[in-house]
Every structure is written in structure tokens, then in C-alpha cells.
Ligand binder design. Structure first.
Ligand code: GLY
Ligand code: MN
Ligand code: MN
Length: 515
């Protein structure tokens, strides 16, 4: 009897040791929800230096004898008297850090001398009672580092002088603009499509029509070139957006197995954004389960979360005006089926090939071709296309490889620019087997043959949608995956899904929900 007890104790001891060893090993190997870093600390001096550097870089690109005028974004209507959450125009934030409405930034360059000043609305108790505290002159100066700040009530006089190329002096004489400037730089719509009202810069466009005698220049290319290459300061902020988004993804992955509806998973994401002090999302969250994953910008996440299906989440937090853009596709029940894994692996391999091809000097088009090649090969092997003709694969890979990332999710910048350290882009191949895809093909002999030949494979894979999207920073030697802490390979996702729910800090949102 005693012997038996001793044996039981020995066996229990060995087993508990083994379990601890396995557990601690998996804790080391798989990323943790609890380890996402805190927000970066940025001093006033750092911010002033950064903003001054950006303003100097813009001034350097302006012709001499010029003026740049940046207006605040006009609030956008949600319904009747309610506006959407206000989001300041990116380039105004880029040069001043100021996010309040009705601010105008002006910079002149004459004889090589650069002057800069700001029109700022005066604090007003009625406005503050309705909409919250406004910047004082001191606060606006402390944020932006700008020294010349004039009440916005004087802006009308400034614009009147500008329209006739007259000299302007502010009431207290703090700002002076010479007469006869040759060039005005404004942010302007760059194509007729931009002028349909769907995009920004309507008021600037109207202003440009009222200017006489000036050479009107679009300031957007100047900003696009500068913003394409991120400074260490910008990367620090963008990395934080990525870190918040990484935690949001992990929480949502950990919670998905117990969710019944897509919006419950979306709630985990947006709860995390809010809790981590993100400004907002950078684009509406995409959370689609099963065939809903094949809709690229799926935005009504009201479908069911089904065990056995893949869930695609394309979500990104915006922090201090910089947005992440990350997609993961994972099995709700934690285990990929053979068919799901086959599609997933092709997309994964395409992403890997793109990252390997990334280095300074390479152009985006080459990265696109790299992804195309891997996806085409993979689809041919699965029988989802019948030949590598550079066209057929587009039936299933229906978007581009990615885009620049920064203050816009689809950030500004010329796609012909060779990659350079500091550029950030998304690496986001995808394969989408939409259940009705073949029904929409025009009835031609070629398509009839195509359908007949891919039908068996199509029946096997239909309804599967996979996108994997990571945020890549170009470095001197190649690339840094800013979103590397989020499980991505099949093995890492399955390992994370196996332990994720246990690791998730319990919040009200994870308690069983009563319907
Ligand atoms: N989330 C939008 C995109 O991936 O482009
Ligand atoms: Mn993207
Ligand atoms: Mn995305």
C-alpha cells in the first residue's frame, strides 16, 4: 500500500513537471496578448523638432515667392445636425500636430526667407459648452511649436488680400505677407474623380477658382513624396498602432471560438482599440466568417460564426493619425481543414516570397509580380486555374498586393518610387473562392471550357476566403515585419488558438452572453 502511494507521488511529480515544461515552452513560443508594449512617450522637444523638420522640408520644395495655405477639414455630416467624429486633414496635422477644426496654416517663402503662421479660433465659452475645450494660443503653440498665432476672425481679411495678391498685415502686426507673390500652393483634387465630392479638398478647389494672377500649384505631390518615407518618429507611432491592432487580433482570435455572431468578434477588436486609447479605427473593421470572408470590404458583420469555418479579420487601429492594416484568417475551432490549409499555405508562401524580394531599390511592381507568380503556381496545382497565362489567376486573387501605409490606410506616394528605408507598405495577398464566382462569368466558349475543367476543384474549395496582411517597413538591409508578433503560420495560429482563450484576461465581454 505504502509502495503504491510512493509510486503515485513519483508519477504525479514527473507528470506535473512534464506539463509545466510543455506549458512554459509553449508560453515562450507563442506570442502573448499580455505582452503588447505601451504607448511611446514623446517629449515636446522631440515633437517640435520633428514638426519643424517637416515644415522645412515642405518649404524647401516650394518655389521661391510662394505661399502655402492649408485649411482644416470641413466636418462631415452623419445625419441631420450630427457630424461624424472630427478628423483633421492629414497634412495639416503633419505640419502642426493640431487636430481642432477651423485652423488654417500659412507658410510663405520670399527671397529664400520662410515665414509661418497659424489662424486659430479664439476660445469661446458657448462652443466649449457644446463641443468641448478649445486650444488656447499657448496650447496651440506648445503642441505645434509655431510662434505666430493669429485669431481666426482675421482669416477673412487674409483671404481677401490673398485673392487679389495684395499685401496683408495682421491686426497686431505679427504676420506680414508681401504683395505680388507668384505661386499659391493648395491641396487640390488631382483628378476629375476626386472632384465628384467623394474625396477631400472641395473648399480648397473653390478657393483656387477665386485667385487671380497666381500660378496655382497642387501641394499634394510635395506631401506625398515626404510622407512616403517615414521618419523614426513616425515609425514609433505607427508601430504603436500596429501593437494595439495586434492585441485586438489576439483577443478576437481567442474569443472567436465562443462567439455566435461576427459582431461579437468585432466587439473584441473595437473594445481593445478603445481600451488602448486608439483615436479610432483606420478603416471600418472587416470581420467575415465562412463565405463572408470572400467579400473584400465586408462591413456588416451580422453573420454567424460557425465552427469549421474560417474567420477573416482585417482590422487596424488608428493612433495619433497613423493607422495599422492587418489581416488574419483563422479557423474558428482552432484547426484548419485540409482544403483550408491548402489555400492558406499558398497565400502564406506568396507573402514570404514578397518579403524576401523586399529591399531598397526594388519597385512595388516587382513585389506584385512576385506574389502573382506564387499564387498562380499554387492555384494551378490545386486545379483552380487551367494555365499560367497571367490572367486566369485574377479570378481568385482579385486585388493588388498592397499599398503604402501611414496617415491614410491607403497612404499617399508614387508607386513607381523605388523602395527606400522608412517606407511602409502592406503585404496582403489573398485568394477568394466566391461561391457564385463561376455563375458570373460571361457565357463564352473559353469560359465554358474553364468552368468544366476547374469545377471539381471549385466544388472542393468554394466558400473559402483567405487574406493575410502584414505591415512591412523597408530597412537598409531588407524588411522588418512590424506586425510580426501576431501568429501567422498555420502551426503558430493553431498553437495560439489552442491556448488563447485560457490566456485571455476575463472581461465582461467574454462572459457567456444571454440572447
Ligand atoms: N483594409 C483595407 C485594405 O486592406 O486595403
Ligand atoms: Mn490593406
Ligand atoms: Mn486590410
Amino acid at each position: 500500500m505504502k509502495k503504491a502511494i510512493i509510486w503515485i507521488i513519483i508519477i504525479a511529480f514527473v507528470l506535473s513537471g512534464l506539463t509545466a515544461a510543455v506549458f512554459s515552452q509553449s508560453m515562450v513560443e507563442t506570442p502573448s496578448i499580455r505582452k503588447t508594449p505601451p504607448a511611446p512617450v514623446i517629449t515636446d522637444a522631440e515633437r517640435h523638432a520633428e514638426l519643424a523638420r517637416r515644415r522645412a522640408a515642405v518649404a524647401e520644395r516650394m518655389e521661391d515667392n510662394s505661399i502655402l495655405v492649408l485649411l482644416s477639414t470641413t466636418p462631415k455630416l452623419y445625419s441631420n445636425s450630427v457630424s461624424y467624429v472630427y478628423r483633421q486633414e492629414n497634412n495639416l496635422v503633419y505640419l502642426t500636430g493640431l487636430k481642432q477644426n477651423n485652423i488654417t496654416f500659412v507658410m510663405t517663402k520670399t527671397g529664400g526667407e520662410v515665414k509661418e503662421f497659424l489662424f486659430l479660433p479664439k476660445r469661446n465659452p458657448v462652443s466649449e459648452a457644446w463641443d468641448g475645450k478649445m486650444y488656447s494660443t499657448e496650447e496651440a503653440a506648445a503642441i505645434s511649436g509655431l510662434k505666430t498665432i493669429i485669431p481666426s476672425s482675421e482669416r477673412a481679411a487674409f483671404l481677401a488680400a490673398l485673392k487679389t495678391r495684395s499685401a496683408y498685415t495682421s491686426t497686431e502686426g505679427k504676420a506680414n505677407i508681401a504683395t505680388g507673390l507668384a505661386n499659391v500652393y493648395l491641396l487640390l483634387p488631382s483628378s476629375p474623380r476626386d472632384q465628384t465630392g467623394l474625396r477631400e479638398y472641395g473648399p480648397e478647389n473653390e478657393l483656387s477658382k477665386e485667385l487671380s494672377g497666381f500660378n496655382v500649384e497642387n501641394a499634394r505631390p510635395i506631401f506625398a513624396a515626404l510622407r512616403l518615407v517615414k521618419s523614426p518618429y513616425e515609425i514609433k507611432i505607427l508601430q504603436h498602432s500596429v501593437d494595439i491592432s495586434t492585441e485586438a487580433h489576439m483577443r478576437a482570435m481567442a474569443a472567436a471560438g465562443r462567439a455566435k455572431w461576427e459582431y461579437e468578434v468585432q466587439a473584441e477588436v473595437e473594445y481593445t482599440f478603445r481600451r488602448r486609447n486608439a483615436d479610432y479605427w483606420g478603416y471600418p473593421s472587416i470581420v467575415g466568417c465562412g463565405p463572408n470572408a470572400t467579400t473584400l470590404h465586408y462591413q456588416l458583420p451580422k453573420g454567424q460564426v460557425r465552427q469549421g469555418d474560417l474567420l477573416l479579420m482585417d482590422v487596424g487601429a488608428e493612433y495619433e493619425h497613423y493607422t495599422a492594416d492587418i489581416t488574419r484568417t483563422f479557423p474558428v475551432n482552432g484547426k484548419f481543414t485540409k482544403e483550408q490549409a491548402e489555400i492558406y499555405q499558398i497565400v502564406y508562401d506568396a507573402q514570404e516570397a514578397v518579403a524576401k524580394a523586399t529591399k531598397p531599390g526594388v519597385r512595388f511592381a516587382l513585389l506584385q509580380m512576385t506574389a502573382n507568380e506564387v499564387i498562380e503556381d499554387g492555384l494551378l496545382k490545386l486545379g483552380l486555374i487551367t494555365k499560367k497565362d497571367g490572367m486566369q489567376f485574377r479570378q481568385w486573387f482579385i486585388h493588388g498586393l498592397g499599398h503604402w501605409l501611414g496617415m491614410n490606410v491607403h497612404d499617399v506616394g508614387d508607386y513607381g518610387t523605388p523602395l527606400a528605408p522608412g517606407m511602409v507598405f502592406t503585404n496582403e495577398p489573398g485568394i477568394y473562392i466566391r461561391p457564385d464566382a463561376l455563375e458570373w462569368l460571361p457565357d463564352t466558349p473559353e469560359n465554358r471550357e474553364f468552368i468544366a475543367r476547374v469545377k471539381p476543384a471549385f466544388e472542393k474549395y468554394k466558400g473559402i476566403g483567405v487574406r493575410i496582411e502584414d505591415d512591412l517597413l523597408v530597412t537598409a538591409n531588407g524588411v522588418e515585419w512590424m506586425s510580426k508578433n501576431l501568429p501567422r503560420s498555420i502551426a503558430d495560429i493553431e498553437a495560439f488558438m489552442a491556448k488563447g482563450p485560457g490566456e485571455l484576461p476575463l472581461t465582461a465581454s467574454l462572459l457567456p452572453y444571454k440572447y
